[in-house]
Ligand binder design. Structure first.
Ligand code: COA
Length: 89
């Protein structure tokens, strides 16, 4: 139904939920799990590159946009957003 990951430098590279199961809180649960793991590992921030459609999800979960960027994928220009969430004591 869904999956996510976290790289060694705190990048949440992927978070995907199957279209039939979106809007049920699955990504939120995946993100909570990733955040818990990140805190255990001592990370003070997580960052991601969110598509336009994923941006509202990350904003609701406390991420903020650092930069808006344009990336080339298979000859197409796509806009995405580098976003981060800081964990401070
Ligand atoms: C973005 C995505 C991961 C969200 O998954 P999901 O399981 O549907 O998200 P949730 O059900 O946990 O939603 C969490 C919150 O974000 C909001 N949200 C999710 N997707 C949203 C969207 N496209 N627009 C606006 N709000 C959105 C929900 O309303 C919910 O808010 P609430 O908790 O205040 O009610 C999923 O839509 C997806 O896989 N999209 C395609 C892949 C993608 O773009 N991945 C990101 C690349 S890194």
């Amino acid at each position: 139904m869904g999956f996510s990951d976290l790289t060694g430098d705190g990048c949440l590279d992927m978070i995907f939920v199957h279209p039939d199961f979106q809007g049920l809180g699955i990504a939120s649960r995946l993100l909570s799990r990733v955040e818990k793991e990140a805190l255990n590992l001592g990370f003070t921030r997580i960052y991601t590159e969110a598509s336009r459609t994923a941006r509202p999800f990350f904003e609701r979960r406390g991420f903020r946009v650092i930069t808006r960027q344009t990336v080339e994928k298979r000859g197409q220009s796509l806009e995405n957003f580098r976003m981060e969430k800081l964990y401070t004591e």
